[in-house]
Ligand binder design. Structure first.
Ligand code: ZN
Length: 54
């Protein structure tokens, strides 16, 4: 029903260089805290942990 309302847009930033590389959506009910994902960072040119930013 209110499926779209449960999903919010978040920006994923590299924890090393602070570059904002990805935007994604998350379900607030499933992910109440900060999202953390292993993603490729173009600036670091390797896989880095990316964390949700505001
Ligand atoms: Zn980086």
């Amino acid at each position: 029903m209110a499926k779209a309302l449960a999903r919010v847009f978040v920006t994923m930033a590299c924890t090393e260089c602070r570059e904002r590389n990805y935007t994604t959506t998350k379900n607030k009910k499933n992910d109440s805290g900060r999202l953390e994902l292993q993603k490729f960072c173009p600036r670091c040119r390797c896989q880095r942990l990316h964390r949700e930013t505001r």
